[in-house]
Design a protein. Structure first.
Length: 115
């Protein structure tokens, strides 16, 4: 069973940067499509970025500021977030497509952007 553990969240001022990490247990990590979602209070969970074996995709709201990457040797996916905005305060979740699309989720990490 694959487990995902996020880290790297915290408090940052508007305009600042954070890098989130998501460590995956188990084998076959390199074949998984990985994604980051976020959920703000009172809002639905929304996709932020995803990466498969060859391409990455971004929500329009973060394109150019966020970068998703992966290190298959470390079974880890990253989300580098730059120029953060207060409205991006949310719990950020890592997800993996193990047997079906985004069927495995981490516990989430809180990102708070102060104005």
């Amino acid at each position: 069973q694959v487990q995902l553990v996020e880290s790297g969240g915290g408090l940052v001022q508007a305009g600042g940067s954070l890098r989130l990490s998501c460590a995956a247990s188990g084998r076959a990590f390199s074949g998984f499509t990985m994604g980051w979602f976020r959920q703000s209070p009172g809002k639905e969970r929304e996709p932020v970025a995803s990466i498969n074996t060859s391409t990455s995709n971004y929500a329009d709201s973060v394109r150019g500021r966020f970068t998703i990457s992966r290190d298959n040797a470390k079974n880890t996916v990253y989300l580098q977030m730059n120029s953060l905005k207060p409205e991006e305060t949310a719990v950020y979740y890592c997800t993996a497509s193990v047997r079906s699309r985004y069927d495995t989720w981490g516990q989430g990490t809180q990102v708070t952007v102060s104005s």
